[in-house]
Every structure is written in C-alpha cells, then in structure tokens.
Design a binder for this molecule. Structure first.
Ligand code: BGC
Length: 374
C-alpha cells in the first residue's frame, strides 16, 4: 500500500526532484552567472586601454563559469548564489567546484590548500562537506552541479611516487567517498574530476583510473551515485582536433578520444559514464613545450563556449570551469607555493598566486580567443 501511494506521488511531483543523476542537469535549464566572476571581469575591462579588446572582454562576463570553493569560508557565498538563483526563478543551474582536500595538490605546490592531514584536516574537510550539504538542502528548486576535487584522484593514479600523494592516498579516497555519500540530494549532480587526455588518457593510466573512480564510488555506499566525470579542468586540451606534437604517441590525445576510450571502461566497472569538459582556455593548440605543462601557458586563448550541443551523447555539456584570468600559480620563486612549472619558458610571467587575478594573462586569453569574441 505504502509503495502504491509513493508511486502515485512520484508520478505527480515536479521534475526538479527526478533522480538527479539519471538525466543531464543542463536539460531545459539556464546556467547561473557567478557574480564574483562578473565583478572580476568588469574590473578587468575598466583597466583596459584598447577599446576593441575591452569590448570583446566585456562579453566574457556573460559566459557562465564555475564557483570554486577553494577555502571553507566560500561555502556561505555558495548559499548566497543559490538564494539568488532561486529568486531568479525558472530552472537554474549553479555550477561549483568542491576543492579543499587536506594536503591538496599533492604533486604540485601552486594550489596547496588550507587543511593538512597531520593537523586534523580530514575532520575539517568533512565539516566543509556538511556545510555544503546544508546550503544545497535549503534550495531544493535550484539544480547544483559540483565538480569534485580537481586533480585529487588523478594524482593517485600517477603520482604515488610523490611522498605527499602516497601519504594522502587513503584520506583522499575516503573523503571523496564521503562527499559523494553526503551529496545525494535530488537537486545535486556530481561529476568527479578525471584529469585530462594528456594525463589519464595514456593507455597505462586509463584502466587504473576507471577502477579507482569505481572503487571510490563503491566506498560511498550502495545507494550513492554520481552523474559522471569532468575532464580538462584548468587545462588546455582541445575537445577534438589535430594532434599537437607534444601529445604523441598518446592515442587519446584530445578530450573526446579520451572520453570515448574511458566510457566503456567505466561501464565495465559500473560507474556512470556521462561527462562535462572544460574548454575555457582551450582555444589554441600547439603552445606547450611539454604535454604536462599546466601553469598559465603562454599563447592560450579562450575556447569553445559552454554548450549542450556537444556532438557526443557521452558529453552533457562543454563548460568553462577555470575562470579565465585567474592565475594557475605564482612565478615568484620565493613564495611557499612556487611550483617550477610556473617559472618555465612556456608559462606567462610574472604571475600572481593561484586563483588571483592576472590581468595581462586575461587580456591575452581574450586576444587569442578561438572562436573570437565579437
Ligand atoms: C586555485 C584556486 C582557484 C582556482 C580557480 C586554482 O588553481 O588554487 O584558488 O579558486 O584555481 O581559479
């Protein structure tokens, strides 16, 4: 009897409480513009002297990016944005990045975070996740897309020779499972970060990567699920296009090849195989000295605009995750977060700390945009 009543109820409830992961969050929805990025772009435009470039740059504020919760004090701001999206009405998607693992960015220095494993960071991270849960539960009518922990699990596929990563491995896995387990609300869609084609797309890495994603999902418990994976976050690879010589001999040298190769491996491991792909700075190819270069790469341009017209049913949407103009890391070699990648000849310099505004780099990204802004 209870079951029959429940079935009848389910049949007539509004669509926003459909099982979140069974369809794309972007279907029939508008994507919310993150106010803090709109302000950053407006300030940048006000500082430009070239009026043609300024007019092009002004259009960037209309492109939705992801709001990065790279410190726990940004969680209340997520709440403000959810409230604003709710008030705007219609079906709104708010896009955000969960990015605060203890011993974060274990194989690089540039994005080391606020929590450390040695100092109670795991419990602090759980509290951070709990505070995110409290926010999304207040706004059940707003769809929330989260990318979970850029580079976190990917580092465990290839960088266990780095002591900080080896030491963090079990904690990263447990905490990503915890985040998945807690964020099962019907208005939440989760995409775990899956590195990019030039990292986990290599034949030696792709199978262990699929197995790791599946085991972390299993760790979240039998009822828990995700929508899929996010690729190319803060990187520079094309969705599809000619091979850049530095990518050889990787057969999966662009994001679509990587996704097409990864999807069946995920399916074999009972892991959902839908994707979103960051193209915010992927407009120009052939600019890196080495495939692994990631820091403020010189010559980069804004890439494909966000769209659900992806040409591939595995890909829910092209998205802009990295807010163009925010630095990947400082080039100041005396900073505690200095990473040598940010001082290489293919990295724009002088560059400010990760996440802070890098005006000349933003201007170059607009200048080199492909497709152009006009
Ligand atoms: C930084 C974060 C920042 C994000 C988006 C990361 O590299 O570590 O602080 O929020 O990029 O710009």
């Amino acid at each position: 009897m209870k079951f029959a009543v429940l079935t009848a109820l389910i049949a007539c409830v509004p669509t926003f409480i459909d099982a979140a992961s069974s369809r794309s969050p972007y279907d029939g929805a508008s994507v919310f513009l993150i106010p803090s990025y709109v302000s950053e772009v407006q300030a940048a435009v006000a500082n430009m002297t070239d009026s043609t470039l300024a007019a092009q740059a002004a259009l960037v504020e209309q492109v939705p990016i992801f709001f990065w919760m790279d410190v726990s004090t940004k969680v209340p701001t997520l709440g403000e944005y959810l409230a604003a999206a709710d008030a705007a009405g219609g079906t709104q998607v708010v896009q955000s990045v969960i990015y605060d693992l203890p011993d974060r960015d274990c194989a690089a220095e540039a994005s080391a975070g606020e929590f450390s494993i040695a100092d109670g960071g795991a419990a602090l991270y759980e509290a951070y996740i709990d505070s995110i849960v409290a926010q999304v539960e207040q706004y059940p009518n707003v769809r929330v897309v989260f990318i979970v922990e850029p580079d976190g699990l990917a580092n465990l596929v290839t960088n266990l020779s780095v002591p900080k990563c080896a030491n963090a491995a079990s904690t990263y896995k447990e905490l990503v499972s915890y985040a998945i387990a807690q964020l099962q609300q019907d208005n939440v869609w989760l995409y775990l970060d899956a590195g990019h084609s030039g990292w986990l797309g290599w034949p030696a890495n792709i199978t262990p990567a699929a197995q790791l994603f599946a085991s972390v999902l299993q760790g979240a418990g039998s009822g828990a699920t995700v929508r899929g994976l996010a690729t190319d976050v803060s990187n520079y690879n094309l969705l599809r296009g000619a091979e850049d010589p530095v990518q050889a001999p990787n057969p999966n040298y662009d994001e679509e090849l990587y996704i097409n190769a990864l999807a069946p491996l995920l399916q074999q491991n009972n892991f959902p195989s839908q994707f979103i792909v960051d193209q915010s700075r992927s407009g120009v190819s052939g600019i890196r000295t080495a495939e692994g270069d990631w820091c403020n790469v010189l010559g980069a341009g804004l890439g494909m605009r966000p769209t659900t017209d992806t040409g591939n049913t595995l890909i829910d949407s092209i998205v802009w995750v990295k807010p163009p103009g925010e630095s990947d890391g400082t080039s100041n070699s005396s900073s505690p977060r200095y990473d040598t990648h940010c001082g290489q000849s293919d990295a724009a310099q002088p560059a400010p700390e990760a996440g802070t505004w890098f005006q000349s780099y933003f201007e170059a990204l607009v200048q080199n945009a492909n497709p152009a802004f006009s």
